[in-house]
Each structure stands twice: as structure tokens, then as C-alpha cells.
Design a protein around this ligand. Sequence first.
Ligand code: NA7
Length: 540
Amino acid sequence: MVVTSSEPDAIIIGAGIAGMYQLYRLRELGMRVQVFEAGSDVGGTWYWNRYPGARFDSESWSYGYSFSEELLQEWDWPEHFAAQPDTLRYLRLVADKFDLRPHIRFGCRVSAAHFDDTSGRWTVILESGEQARARLLITALGPLSAYTLPNIPGRDSFAGQAFHTARWPHEPVDLRGKKVGIIGTGATAIQVIQTIARDVGHLTVFQRTPNWAAPLHNRPITPEEQARIKASYPEIFARCRETATCFIHQTDPRNALDVSPEEREAFWEKLYSEPGFGIWVGNFADVLTDPRANDLASAFVAKKIRQRVKDPNTAEKLIPKNHGFGTRRLPLESGYYEVYNQNNVRLVDLNETPIERITPQGVLTSTKAGSEEHTFDILIYATGFDGVTGPYDRMDIRGSGGRRLRDDWIDTPRTFLGIQATGFPNMFMVLGPHTARGNIPRNIEEIVDWITGLIRYMRRHGLVRVEPRPEAVDEWGRHVEEAVAGLLFSQVNSWQTGINRNVEGRDSVRRTLGYYGGAVAYRLRSEEVATGGYQEFIFG
Ligand code: NA7
């Protein structure tokens, strides 16, 4: 059954930050657009991730859309780092203000998208079996939308309530006085743990790999600050355009190894006391590239953890030993380490006592003496995502001649600018693999504007089909690998290097999933392609 009465010019999958903005831009071109969204509302990440304590680590005022001055002036961010309910409220306002909802069908999960060479059209198939066709397909799937549950035996046998953080219920979950277990200690778990630890009766944290974390230093925005922020948006966004990650934080030009120990220590103390990602992406230039500088930075943060956690044994368990500071996505925290000083919180190190299985009552770990059953009312899986390529792998995407994207990307994604793949004509990815990433809405706006520019060019020239030349894809792939070489994070397992031990085939071989030459270099290259007349593409 075909869902739309008249064929749209474009189909967008996803109504998160990327899909909404792409819809807005294509409507501006006068195009008919159909968006399919699995959730019952807009918001993407901010729709799904409703767990207690969810918030972003970008400065709020650098996170919102920049395209509408009216919107910038109308919206008040309540805190310097906004919580999920506020961000969702903001995105709902955007949907209403720009009249986006009539073009979005909610509750529609796309299971497949097939390109037909004869008609030059994509057929999108929903889980319900319904179909829609359009010439252009834009995937705005989100790099962290394919959530993964742990592959632990007995997972479905738990008799209490169990939630993955990315599927937290819409109705409030009463945690007060409950016995709660949480599996995972990534950015998400850290936010949950520090938020619920005081309310629950008892909290058990199951940790497989500790992560480095540093203070967020969030606080409300005062009326005076609000006025200052609203008066300085052009400068804020200009600043974001200058940095490699589109955050306001710029890498310090000095090397940690070139300055005196006193100067180093003073700078790190300053960064540790300041809000946001400065300590990660505004650190000395060599911290994320030179193992010796990285060791020193790690030692500094380890010292902080030891100062904050009273029990030395617990502190040691919380200090990562298998990767250096900042080589995985740095979680920002608010009182996370102090949680372990509470009597009602227990840290279980899964390297000492691995999980054997999940039981109807809770979690069974093996100990030297035998086994121990941890019993819970509620079990929380903060076990992450099959990052970046996961959402693409889960969809049956078939391009020209029936070639499958999943097969083409089995070893590594192959794209030009992370936006298009050879053999998948007229399919455009917003924030797909091999694009620059950091302060995500900033990256999204640039990519959407670039895609919109290419579509505008095609319409102006009467072109109906576009895909990148294979040699352009090869060249971009080589450049992506060159850009990541020398960055310490590329030698560490994490979702950023494509490792998820809960996903078969993605559990051991690292892949480069982003473009790490920086947003400035990415922008220059994409602008060069556009001003050069898109010679890297084959048009039809
Ligand atoms: P992450 O950062 O991938 O964290 C997932 C956590 O779950 C991590 O600590 C994992 O340990 C742990 N995990 C996963 N599977 C298991 C099993 N089977 N047993 C025990 N522990 C497990 O995801 P987040 O949601 O925290 O953050 C994702 C991004 O969202 C974040 O970077 C922000 O950009 C927003 P592991 O490290 O694999 O040993």
C-alpha cells in the first residue's frame, strides 16, 4: 500500500535535530517533503533519551539552531547545560513555529529503502508494510539511535522493571526507596547514577570499564546572562566555526610537554574548575596525540578522583587503566564521584566478579568463593549504542542494481564527505559516517545547508540523479584515515571506533567512523566541492 496520495519530492527519515532542519530547508525550496519518524513526536535523541539526569554537555547557547534570529531571541535556555525536558520543549517549539508537523508522520519506523534504476526513485518501506516513493531520500537517523542491550544470558528473565536508558518510559518511574541495579558506566550511566543515587534505597553499579570524567559545572542562566547571550549570538556561532569540534573551546596552542610542571598543573586546575568540554577539547595541543602528555593529564585527573572518593580501593576501581584521559568520549559529571561515598551505593567491578547471568531476581556475578546474587526492583541498562553505522546496518538499504549498503560497509563505511555513497543515487546522509562531529547541531546545520545547496543546484540544472564518483569516495576514505592517524583515541575501543561488544561482527575490529581532521577542514573541503561545480559527482 502506498501511504502518500501524491508523491513527495523528498523523503526524510527521522525528525530529530537533523531531519527537522532538513525539512525546513527543503520546504524553503518549495519542495514537497514527507518525513517518517518512529517516535510519537519530534526530537530524536531528546525524544528517546528521557532517563533521569539526561542533558547535553554543549553550552546550551551554542547548541540551538542558528538559522532564525527570531527563534534565538524568543527562546530562553534555563541552564548553561540544558536538561532533556528543556531541549525537547525547545525542539517542539521549533516544530510548531516553523509549521513542520504537517509534513511529518509519527509512529512510522522505516525498515527498508530500495532504489529503482528504471524510475530513478526510492521506495521507502515502513514496518507496517506501507510504502512511499520519492526521487530524493535523506537519512537523518542520528549517530546514536541504534541502542544495544547487553548480551548477557537470562536477560529477559528478570521479573522486575528493566529499562534501556534510550527507551526510558514516558510516564514517571518511581525510584524512591527502590533497590536499583545499573549496568554500564559511560556518559549516560554517569548522568543516571549521579541523579538517582540519593533517591533510591540502594544502588549497585556494574562497571566493566571505568571512564575518565570531569566536572560539568552547570548552573542556571541569570537574566543578565540571558540578555548578554541573546546580544552575542553572532559572536558565539562565529567562535564555534573556528574550532575543530564546533564547541566554544579551542585547543591551546601550547604543548603540555613544553611547559613547566607548575604551568601545566595551574592550567589543568583552571580547566577542571571551568564549565564544559574545555578540559577535553581545549586542553594542551599534545594531550590527545602524545602518549607522554596524555599520561600526565591522566595522572592529574586520577589525582582528582582519589581526592573525591573516600575509599581508596573504590577510587582505584574508578580510575581507568586501559585507556588515557580523553581517548574515549569524555563524560561530564556533577557529583558523580561523591556518589561512591554514600552508604547506599556499591560499585561492582565486573573484571573481578563478572556477570554470569541475569536472574528473575537480579544479577548473578561469579566470585572466587562461588557466586553472588544481587537482587533488584529495577534494572537499568545504560549499555550504549551501535554507533554511527548501526542505524544504517539495521535498515535494508539497497541502491542501484540492488547493492546493499550494509554489505558495502561491512569493513568500513565508504562515502564522499560522509554525505553520499557510490551506488546509492539521490541518497543523502545527514551526520552519516565520515563527517566532522562535535557540537552536533553546528555540524548538522552545515551538512544540511550543503545538501540543500546540492539539491538546489540539481533543480536549477534540471538534474534528477546524483552520486559520487568512486574515485572521490576512495580519496575521501584515504583522507579520513590520514586525519585520524596519530590521534590516541583511534587506538582505544569505544563506540567512536566502532566497537560494541554486544553486536556480532562489531565487537573487535576498530573502524574510523568520523572525520577527525576538524570541522574547519571539513567545511573548507565541502565548500571547495560546491564552488568547483560538484565535479566529484556523476549527475544524470
Ligand atoms: P557508552 O559510552 O557506549 O557506554 C556503555 C556502557 O555500557 C559502557 O560502560 C560499557 O562497558 C557498558 N556495557 C555495555 N555492554 C555491557 C555488558 N554486556 N556488560 C557490562 N557492561 C556493558 O554509551 P552511553 O549511552 O553511556 O553514551 C553514548 C553516547 O551518548 C555518549 O558518548 C554521548 O555522546 C551521548 P565497556 O566500556 O564496553 O566495557
